[in-house]
Design a protein around this ligand. Structure first.
Ligand SMILES: *Cc1c(COP(=O)(O)O)cnc(C)c1O
Length: 345
């Protein structure tokens, strides 16, 4: 892969903004009169580290990925928008993505005026690399693959994703937002083998920190350097960097939450499958499941009347009459099952 052929020329030639905290970093100065900050209200008066080095050190250790292969964003959504802006010339280039999948890929493509080409999964939500590749042409810069996939819950076949990585002459974004719930080998372990791979992770799901907005992208140092050039200089606030460092210290607790959620997932999906209103529970590798039911929309509205909100996906392709349900605490899951047992037929 020749990166220069994939990156927009204006981005390739960009002279990035150089901020005060980047021009002067490390060293042992104590008087900072370079960034027009207030000297009062420490530590919030100071601009945060634009490259989040302390946090990246911890994430690098945790994920087994070299520090210069890590980008941190204001949620994974920032990374999704950035890759579109770095690789895709508006009104000229296009991207492919599995369908159904996470809605942000299409919204971010539309915002950037980049043609979005959804490629339907099979009825059982599996990926065919050949079908995806057949939808590409010489203007296709990106392929979005989400595994475990949202809203379907299943992991994509590792072999099919690898086939896309080997054969596609563009960048493959593998979104593993739900990877912490899956037993599949994470794709970040294959960065060395594929220089066209970008893997997305987040603190929003298993790490229980959606409020702080911290997403990660793992890729070659060269790709990461372009993401750093295009991002806003101080894209991760100091409170976010601090809270992220804090939650990373609680790895054992997070792993316990994940185990409990997985145990509950088995219990809830089994009980759900026995409900008369249930047609099918689809296999899941995430902290939610997709189920086909009799009358998704009325069940959705009934659950709202009982104070329970699930996601009605019945208007999404291949998801007719489907609800997407997140696994909650045991008490929340009991409330869901009790309400559904009371559902008037
Ligand atoms: C929830 C989710 C994310 C997380 O996005 P953040 O911006 O990091 O909160 C990313 N990808 C998918 C597929 C998701 O479902």
């Amino acid at each position: 892969m020749v990166l220069q052929e994939l990156i927009r020329p204006n981005i390739w030639n960009l002279t990035p903004y150089s901020c005060a905290r980047q021009e002067y970093s490390d060293g042992d100065a104590t008087v900072f009169l370079d960034a027009n900050e207030s000297p009062y209200h420490s530590p919030l008066n100071r601009y945060p580290d634009p490259l989040q080095r302390e946090l990246k050190r911890e994430i690098s250790r945790l994920k087994g990925v070299a520090e210069d292969c890590v980008f941190l964003g204001n949620g994974s959504d920032e990374a999704i928008d950035l890759v579109l802006r770095i690789f895709c010339e508006p009104r000229q280039d296009n991207v492919v993505a599995i369908s159904p999948s996470y809605g942000m890929y299409e919204v971010a493509a539309n915002i950037n005026n980049v043609e979005y080409r959804p490629v339907l999964l099979s009825e059982s939500f599996s990926l065919s690399a050949n079908k995806l590749l057949a939808a590409t042409d010489r203007h296709t810069k990106l392929a979005f693959l989400c595994s475990p996939n949202n809203p379907t819950g299943n992991s994509l076949s590792h072999e099919e994703v690898e086939k896309v990585l080997r054969r596609f002459n563009g960048i493959v974004v593998v979104d593993e937002a739900y990877g912490d719930f899956s037993c599949e080998k994470p794709f970040r372990e294959e960065l060395q083998e594929h220089d066209n791979l970008i893997v997305l992770n987040t603190l929003s799901k298993a790490w229980a920190s959606a409020a702080i907005r911290l997403g990660m992208a793992f890729a070659s140092p060269q790709i990461i350097s372009f993401m750093n050039r295009v991002k806003y200089p101080y894209n991760i606030s100091l409170p976010t960097q601090r809270e992220a460092l804090e939650v990373l210290k609680h790895r054992t607790e997070v792993e316990q939450w994940v185990r409990l959620i997985l145990r509950e997932r088995e219990r809830v999906t089994a009980a759900f499958a026995r409900l008369p209103l249930c047609q099918k529970v689809f296999p899941t590798d995430a902290n939610f499941f997709l189920a086909r039911v009799d009358g998704a929309e009325s069940i959705y509205r009934y659950l709202i009347s009982r104070g329970i909100v699930v996601r009605d996906r019945s208007r999404v392709r291949l998801c007719q009459e489907c609800l997407r349900i997140t696994i909650g605490t045991p008490e929340e899951n009991d409330a869901l099952l009790k309400a559904l047992n009371d559902y008037p037929r």
